[in-house]
Design a binder for this molecule. Structure first.
Ligand code: F6P
Length: 544
């Protein structure tokens, strides 16, 4: 692909940065009473309000032209039709097939993948209904009350996030626990709470080679065998993986294996059998409503003109913020505690996808790529890091997300949350001028010296750009739309930057170095040069 920075579309945006990019949101709102109408969209029962982004109509049009020039339309088509867009791994990218209309045909390597997708969904359904109906039981004939998902990264984050977000939809007879981390404390906490006879383990690993997952799963298996004997393994362990050999070695019964495919990336996999634990927690109907929500966003993404297309607009606004306003992080701020793991989920989705420094062709990128994504639910966040966002020097874009209706029975509380969400977005955009500060301090009866001293501290520069995604309530369909929105936004940005959003070579080196150190940590005296000092402390402080 030709140089991004030399394209007329990029140059046009550079010019607009000089003319429109320094305008203040306070003035943009004051000068245009129609700003909300012009810079918001309502579709799919979801409002996307980007009136507080620092864009003008010419900027928006220029961003859309950039997307067209980068071949976004063709790339969207390629992704949905099974094109090999994961170029380094030579794979199609078809998480969208997992939520596609059952009647569709999607061909990969000459084969329609949809019959296998449907068969897998039916396998999940039979199993989930078997567990919920008490037909699938443990080795002592007890029904299952607890499910432990053992997985990490894409085999954990989506499961945890959805299970938290949709807590109201959980099946009353099942408690889902998730174990991901390597240090053992999460596993110990879960094993101390559950009863072996009524616990089902789901070992979730696309590769079935991941150190964290396999080591935790082995401890869990031993814990089970110690209490219920060897025969219990085939009744209490199921697995989600593409690796049959490794599942053989782990003694996963053939009927307890749930498959996935190399065209589903880990961080895009909650729609696949990785969603088994979600379905066990809340039932197939809610899991399928989640798929349905994602399908609505998929159709919108494929069919809607760019100027009204949510993922396209969100992606392009991110490009403007990252490459022109030079904001190097994105804070995701849901005003619903149920979404407390949403930012963590997005961190893998966005940063593992777009944390790249070479193009598809292996050339160094010419501009910054993925921003740092982080966040916490409001209003907790207001009492933690908002000070820095309002008055600090860090450069951050903000995504506010909020349901109008409460995810609890306390609507009055959600009204307060909403007032805070919108109020904060306004404050970030409009700021607080010197004149306003002086006026306030004078009205409070302060003397001139105090007013002079405090005024600089009271200033809020404002012009902090944010978007707001507002919807009626956080239900499975809406959550499906929201997740797919961010998936496609990440894809849009990867197309503009010409990077591969579907590989993750960057995680390999650290794993390799760590693997080589496992025996050294066991026996610190074998430490190589450069690590002897550090390993000396491990030896000195480890309790024998
Ligand atoms: O962290 C790297 C990674 O490969 C992720 O992309 C993936 O989601 C995670 O590890 C877990 O992989 P697996 O499902 O194969 O255990």
């Amino acid at each position: 692909m030709s140089s991004l920075l030399q394209t007329p579309e990029w140059q046009a945006l550079n010019a607009l940065m000089l003319s429109d990019g320094t305008l203040h949101l306070r003035d943009l709102f004051a000068d245009n009473p129609q700003r909300f109408e012009q810079f918001s969209r309502c579709d799919m029962e979801m409002l996307f309000d980007f009136s507080r982004q620092r864009v003008t109509q010419p900027i928006l049009q220029a961003l859309i032209k950039l997307a067209e020039a980068r071949g976004l339309k063709e790339q969207i088509r390629a992704m949905f039709s099974g094109g090999v867009i994961n170029t380094t791994e030579r794979r199609a990218v078809l998480h969208t097939a997992l939520r596609a209309d059952a009647g569709r045909k999607i061909v990969v390597n000459g084969q329609d993948v949809m019959p296998a997708v449907r068969a897998n969904l039916e396998h999940m359904r039979a199993f989930v209904e078997g567990v919920h109906g008490g037909r699938v039981r443990g080795v002592t004939d007890q029904t299952f009350t607890d499910v432990v998902n053992i997985g990490i990264g894409g085999s954990d984050l989506g499961v945890v996030m959805v299970n938290e977000a949709l807590a109201r939809y959980r099946h009353p007879g099942i408690t889902l626990h998730c174990v991901s981390n390597i240090d053992g404390s999460q596993l110990a906490d879960v094993l101390s709470k559950v009863n072996a006879a009524s616990t089902l383990f789901v070992v979730c690993s696309k590769t079935f080679t991941t150190l964290e997952t396999l080591s935790n799963a082995k401890i869990a298996r031993q814990w089970l065998v110690d209490q219920l004997g060897d025969d219990a393994v085939s009744r209490h362990f199921v697995a989600v993986s593409t690796n049959d050999q490794a599942m053989d070695a782990f003694q996963i019964a053939p009927e307890n294996r749930f498959t996935m495919w190399d065209w589903v990336g880990g961080r895009y996999s909650l729609w696949s059998s990785v969603g088994l634990s979600i379905a066990l927690s809340m039932g197939m109907a809610h899991f399928e409503a989640l798929l349905h929500g994602a399908r609505i966003m998929d159709e919108h993404f494929q069919q809607t003109p760019f100027e009204n297309n949510y993922p396209v607009l969100m992606g392009l606004l991110g490009i403007w913020n990252r490459n022109f306003l030079e904001l190097d992080s994105l804070a995701v701020l849901p005003y619903d505690q149920r979404l407390h793991r949403f930012a963590a989920y997005l961190q893998q989705l966005d940063m593992e996808s777009n944390g790249k420094r070479v193009t598809h062709g292996g050339e160094p990128v010419e501009c910054d790529t993925g921003a740092v994504v982080w966040g916490e639910p409001g209003s907790n966040a207001q009492h933690s890091f908002f000070q820095l966002l309002h008055q600090g020097t860090a450069r951050t874009a903000l995504d506010f997300i909020a349901p109008v209706n409460a995810s609890s029975d306390y609507q009055g509380q959600q009204n307060l949350a909403l007032a805070n969400c919108i109020g904060q977005a306004q404050a970030f955009a409009l700021g607080y001028t010197e004149q306003e500060a002086r006026h306030e301090l004078t009205a409070r009866g302060m003397d001139t010296e105090t007013i002079e001293r405090l005024t600089p501290h009271k200033l809020h520069l404002g012009n902090r750009p944010s978007s707001l995604v507002l919807f009626a309530r956080l239900d499975p369909t809406t959550l499906g739309k929201l997740i797919a929105l961010y998936e496609h936004k990440v894809f849009v940005q990867s197309v503009i930057w010409d990077i591969n959003a579907f590989d993750q070579w960057g995680v390999e080196l650290g794993k390799k170095v760590a693997d080589a150190l496992v025996s050294v940590v066991e026996r610190p005296e074998t430490a190589p040069d450069g690590l002897q000092g550090l390993m000396g402390y491990v030896k000195r402080w480890r309790t024998p």
